[in-house]
Design a protein around this ligand. Structure first.
Ligand SMILES: *[C@@H]1O[C@H](CO)[C@@H](O)[C@H](O)[C@H]1NC(C)=O
Ligand SMILES: *[C@@H]1O[C@H](CO)[C@@H](O)[C@H](O)[C@H]1NC(C)=O
Ligand SMILES: *[C@@H]1O[C@H](CO)[C@@H](O)[C@H](O)[C@H]1NC(C)=O
Ligand SMILES: *[C@@H]1O[C@H](CO)[C@@H](O)[C@H](O)[C@H]1NC(C)=O
Ligand SMILES: *[C@@H]1O[C@H](CO)[C@@H](O)[C@H](O)[C@H]1NC(C)=O
Ligand SMILES: *[C@@H]1O[C@H](CO)[C@@H](O)[C@H](O)[C@H]1NC(C)=O
Ligand SMILES: *[C@@H]1O[C@H](CO)[C@@H](O)[C@H](O)[C@H]1NC(C)=O
Ligand SMILES: *[C@@H]1O[C@H](CO)[C@@H](O)[C@H](O)[C@H]1NC(C)=O
Length: 386
């Protein structure tokens, strides 16, 4: 990795790293889902993407959400919380594990949804999102390692579902990854996607009706105004690593292209309806009896389990939201990111997942290295193999 520095010696020099204020240490406790930057020394992030999976793309921000180390004692999260019952059709149930899932740290970056939709001809099962379908779990047979779980279950009169939204709603291009698996009954959809509206949405969807080697990668709208399927909207590659075991899923939302990866291998690409509006990350587990999700049998349930989520992204406007806007957030140290791309970090192929590593540095004195130089840096990075 270091070997590229000499190559860049004439234009890029090692520098005194600007160490961020001590308070950034608050973000580095391991036993916490506090949004982590883990990258005090980085001023931008590079990801290899593109049709050749080898074109550097640069992003300004980075977050890592780790759900793997939330247990204080063995067996703490072994039991699965009871299913929502027939009378709980208002989404009014409290969240489990409120010490974590209703903590300030969680609420700074995530929102648990409780909206619902009625049955229609096309989607014959009423669906109700409930906070009681979001919880922390642990395997009986393994170590202390924990994961976030979203559940959906079928009642007589409705489908109880789970959904969380990331509060960074002004993403404008991103590379987002998640280590997850899906288990349980047929008739459910696990979704991990960028969302602005029904026509600016880029999805990874796992359908439990599908074989475990098939994943759906879609840019919405997948149906046109007349209700007909748009054949180019969705790609469903086969022979993939099984989604009921832990895999790393990834979506790269770029200017003109969408690329999807599974365990760092590109498995789908699309130029159809690549989102153009500022969007947020949404994660859900649901069913509505429609053609896409299928029907879940009464009494059945399925879970979308997530070990960690990593995202690097640009924003439309200030990272903490538009001035005076209702979505203005207090991001503390996380919002302080200098302009330019002085210290480039990689997020893939690092020693510790979730801890970006420096790959190149520009001159300390020049705080305003133009993003334009990146094309050059990128080419050199490629030349030495990143
Ligand atoms: C940032 O750089 C300093 C000085 O080299 C180093 O001690 C520290 O570990 C680095 N931090 C991270 C998160 O890599
Ligand atoms: C992110 O923003 C920087 C600075 O504006 C720009 O150079 C870069 O191309 C953007 N990346 C993507 C993937 O849009
Ligand atoms: C459903 O669960 C709630 C909360 O535990 C309980 O009060 C209620 O009696 C249950 N209803 C049925 C029909 O089991
Ligand atoms: C749904 O959540 C909102 C806040 O996110 C809350 O104000 C509202 O009371 C909730 N609705 C129910 C039925 O719990
Ligand atoms: C569902 O239908 C009921 C009864 O018509 C209505 O009161 C309710 O507002 C509807 N809910 C939604 C989410 O549209
Ligand atoms: C603990 O279990 C998790 C989930 O099954 C797994 O990803 C992780 O590698 C395990 N860690 C060790 C140290 O065995
Ligand atoms: C995104 O939203 C805009 C505004 O609603 C719309 O014009 C456009 O068709 C949508 N989709 C894409 C891919 O731009
Ligand atoms: C789901 O079940 C309902 C009610 O039996 C039926 O109308 C609908 O066609 C089914 N959906 C699918 C996708 O089979």
């Amino acid at each position: 990795m270091r070997s590229r520095l000499p190559l860049l010696g004439t234009v890029l020099l090692p520098l005194l790293l600007s160490v961020r204020p001590a308070s950034s240490a608050e973000y580095s406790t391991s036993n916490s889902i506090i949004p982590k930057d883990n990258s005090e020394n980085c001023s931008c992030y590079v990801v290899n993407s593109g049709a050749d999976s080898n074109t550097p793309q640069y992003f300004q921000y980075y977050r890592f959400y780790d759900f793997r180390n939330l247990a204080d004692s063995p067996g703490q999260y072994l039991s699965t919380p009871g299913l929502v019952n027939d009378t709980q059709d208002a989404g009014a149930e409290p969240v489990w594990d409120a010490n974590i899932l209703n903590s300030d740290a969680w609420n700074t970056d995530w929102n648990i949804q409780n909206w619902s939709k009625n049955a229609t001809d096309d989607f014959p099962t009423k669906m109700v999102n409930s906070p009681a379908n979001i919880y922390i779990k642990q395997d009986t047979d393994s170590n202390l390692s924990t994961y976030l779980t979203l559940r959906t279950s079928r009642l007589d009169d409705f489908q109880s579902a789970g959904e969380i939204e990331n509060l960074q709603k002004n993403l404008m291009h991103a590379s987002m990854r998640m280590s997850g698996r899906v288990i349980g009954s047929k008739g459910a959809v696990a979704g991990f996607f960028t969302f602005f509206d029904d026509t600016n949405e880029s999805d990874i969807e796992i359908l439990t009706d599908d074989a475990t080697d098939v994943i759906r990668y879609t840019n919405q709208p997948a149906v046109d105004e007349d209700g007909n399927e748009v054949s180019t909207a969705s790609v469903a590659p086969e022979k993939l690593a099984p989604w009921d075991e832990w895999q790393t899923h990834r979506i790269d939302w770029l200017d003109q292209n969408s690329y999807w990866y599974l365990n760092n291998r590109q498995v789908a690409a699309n130029t159809y309806s690549v989102p153009r509006e500022p969007s947020g990350l949404v994660i859900n587990m649901w069913s509505d009896g429609g053609e896409w999700s299928g029907n879940m049998s009464v009494g059945d349930s399925a879970e979308f389990q997530i070990q960690w989520i990593e995202m690097t992204f640009n924003t439309s406007g200030p990272v903490d939201g538009p001035a005076g806007g209702s979505n203005k957030r207090d991001l503390g140290e996380l919002e302080k990111r200098e302009d330019g791309c002085r210290v480039v970090c990689k997020i893939d192929g690092v020693k510790t997942l979730g801890t970006p590593e420096v790959v190149s540095k520009s001159q300390a004195a020049d705080m305003s290295v133009s993003w334009g130089l990146l094309a050059f840096v990128g080419m050199v990075s490629l030349a030495v193999g990143m």
